[in-house]
Design a protein around this ligand. Structure first.
Ligand code: HEC
Ligand code: HEC
Length: 496
């Protein structure tokens, strides 16, 4: 091996993997605005943000182990006030379709455990969802849309508004509704970004052929798709039409017969009052969560209202992506709409033995699914294998070695279009099958970045960039094109 080649090998073995993980994919201005709003404590009093109940370290659910261990409900800005459900993941939520009825599958889509953020008005459930918490007295508790906008106008990121919406934020009364909706649209954009929906789990890299699963994880996967029937609701295959990786939900609704969580603080909310003098939960400990049926029962749409009874106790199938993501090994998470289960082991054991072991009665006795779960006949080892598989779904997986120079294959391409070796400049062609946030950078063989040729949102199609190396010395350079999922590279030789 000559000197140049061994340098190049070194580069591919050690430097490119660092490049791949050292950079976060940049956000568009709209996504950045959404991120600022998501993490800002826009609440009254200013104690909590969206991220208080949806933290990235836990896969966008709550990150306080002591709460997860017990009632699993997070207090609002007014700390005595509690809502009734456990926060579901805010990641992958933007993929949920607009809430609708399908004659064979029943109700599908929307956001929230009961689908009530339908997405009908603004075209995406997560956008509509994002407008709820700010004004909800058991969440961020702001008095009005205007009160929310006033906090945004005072913020450090208010200048982003102009970039994103083409006009500065004002409190003009005729634009309050529009500007408030824009907050939801920006948050929805952040929630739809590659930073939130990373598709960067061990399982994703397994699908890309970059890493293998352990035999036990594979066994878990096979059970998940087979005897344990999990994929019947938590869809686990790559979509044959769109080629999209699975979200582990079909966005339908089901009553699994999950027991009550007696520690739910909502049961005490008959003694805590809203400013209008009414108790938050007049029923107190007698309250039963009606789920989807409760939402349907209050619909103006008569057809839906008549279907309420058949949907009592049903909750939206949650994504299982990040279901095990936690900041540390001993960290406790809560599962199901009411957070009654505290480990994945317990969840899987429940599916396996609900009908043959002594579990507490279901919270809602009607409509319990008895065909897909309850007595799966799994051994203890098989239960553990399913848990091992679920643990491969956490984003942020670090590939052990990327040295094989084997990148995920795709239809994105990067080709040298000018001379190579070159002096002093050359051209590169690249092709994107769809609009994408990308970065094209050039590195020298010690891994130092010497140029950024492209950075940001680029439209689909064929593009060309020029690399001018006027101030650089002769040698090998690596040009890389990075998208959310891929890294393509080409070797350039500068000969002066
Ligand atoms: C006090 C805790 C709390 C705060 C603050 C909060 N959420 Fe939530 N979030 C929840 C709970 C609880 C639910 C489920 C409620 C239900 O289903 O009735 C939820 C549901 C969601 C969902 C639905 C996910 C799905 O798959 O259906 C998204 C998305 C979400 N929140 C995003 C946000 C955003 C954006 C903000 C800030 C504007 C926010 N949340 C503020 C607790 C919170
Ligand atoms: C009939 C549809 C269905 C099947 C089959 C199914 N699930 Fe679920 N899963 C759901 C629904 C619905 C929920 C939420 C229920 C609730 O909160 O009351 C859920 C919740 C979960 C949760 C909790 C997630 C969270 O964020 O709280 C896990 C984990 C889970 N399922 C794993 C599995 C595994 C593993 C299997 C196979 C053994 C399986 N599921 C089979 C519908 C299903």
């Amino acid at each position: 091996m000559n000197n140049k080649n061994s340098f190049l090998t070194l580069c591919l073995l050690f430097i490119l993997p660092t490049i791949l993980f050292a950079h976060n994919i940049p956000l568009t201005p709209k996504e950045q605005l959404g991120k600022e709003l998501f993490f800002d404590k826009i609440s009254d009093p200013d104690r909590i943000s969206c991220s208080t109940c949806h933290a990235s370290s836990t896969g966008f659910v709550g990150d306080i182990p002591d709460i997860n261990k017990h009632g699993a409900i997070y207090p609002g800005a007014v700390p005595q006030r509690f809502g009734n459900r456990k926060p579901p993941s805010a990641a992958y939520a933007t993929f949920s379709p607009i809430f609708h009825y399908d004659a064979t599958k029943g109700f599908i889509g929307g956001n929230f455990w009961d689908g009530r953020a339908t997405g009908e008005r603004l075209g995406n459930p997560a956008v509509e969802q994002a407008l709820g918490p700010f004004l909800n007295p058991v969440e961020q508790n702001n008095a009005s849309k205007l009160a929310v906008l006033k906090q945004v106008i005072r913020s450090k990121y208010a200048r982003l508004w102009l970039t994103v919406w083409g006009e500065p934020l004002t409190l003009n009364p005729s634009k309050i509704d529009l500007n408030y909706d824009r907050i939801g649209i920006a948050i929805g954009a952040y929630e739809a970004s590659k930073e939130v929906n990373q598709f960067s789990s061990k399982f994703d890299y397994y699908l890309d052929g970059l890493v293998d699963l352990t035999p036990k994880e594979k066994m878990g996967m096979e059970l998940f798709n087979g005897d344990a029937k999990c994929s019947g609701c938590h869809v686990s295959n790559v979509d044959p039409v769109t080629n999209m990786k699975p979200l582990f939900t079909d966005f339908t609704f089901d009553n699994l017969g999950v027991p009550k969580n007696h520690e739910n603080p909502f049961y005490r909310m008959n003694k805590v009052y809203l400013p209008d003098g009414s108790p938050i939960n007049p029923l107190g400990a007698a309250w039963i969560d009606p789920g989807l049926g409760g939402f349907l029962a209050n619909q103006p749409n008569l057809e839906w209202r008549t279907l309420a009874d058949k949907n009592m106790g049903k909750f939206k199938v949650p994504t299982l992506r990040n279901v095990d993501k936690r900041p540390g090994n001993g960290f406790i998470k809560a599962y199901m709409h009411n957070g009654v289960f505290k480990s994945l082991k317990e969840v899987v054991h429940f599916y396996n033995t609900r009908d043959i072991a002594s579990w507490p009665p279901p919270e809602v006795a009607e409509n319990v699914n008895t065909s897909q779960l309850g007595n799966l006949g799994l051994t203890k080892y098989e239960e553990d294998a399913i848990v091992d598989f679920l643990q491969t779904l956490s984003d942020g997986y670090k590939l052990p070695k990327l040295g094989h120079n084997k990148w995920p294959c795709s239809t994105v391409s990067l080709d040298i279009a000018g001379p190579n070796p070159f002096n002093p400049s050359t051209k590169l062609n690249y092709y994107l099958p769809e609009d994408a946030i990308i970065r094209i950078e050039v590195f020298n063989i010690t891994g130092q970045k010497v140029a950024t040729l492209q950075d940001g949102l680029i439209s689909a199609g064929e593009h060309q960039v020029t690399f001018s190396a006027n101030n650089l010395s002769s040698g090998i350079y690596i040009v890389s094109l990075q998208t959310g999922q891929q890294l393509l590279t080409q070797k350039l030789i500068l000969m002066k």
